[in-house]
Write a protein that binds this ligand. Structure first.
Ligand SMILES: [Cu+2]
Length: 71
């Protein structure tokens, strides 16, 4: 299992947090999604043989949010 933390811009309420969680959680290989609204930090635990950061970024962007960085 690997961990990555992405910084996401555009989340303004718990509804946004839920939306981002809902697009990441169904991706095969994603085990845990932990989001801090205030800082925009999205921590993801995942199986690197099944999923990867590019996929997470695309899913978040498709949901209407901006990925501004790792960490
Ligand atoms: Cu919102």
């Amino acid at each position: 299992m690997e961990n990555i933390t992405l910084t996401v811009k555009g989340m303004t309420c718990m509804g946004c947090v839920k939306s981002v969680k809902n697009v990441l959680a169904p991706i095969p290989g994603v085990a845990v999604v932990d989001i801090v609204l205030e800082s925009g930090q999205v921590a993801i635990s995942f199986d690197p043989t099944k999923a990867g950061p590019d996929q997470f970024k695309t899913a978040i962007q498709d949901a209407g949010y901006e990925v501004v960085g790792n960490g």
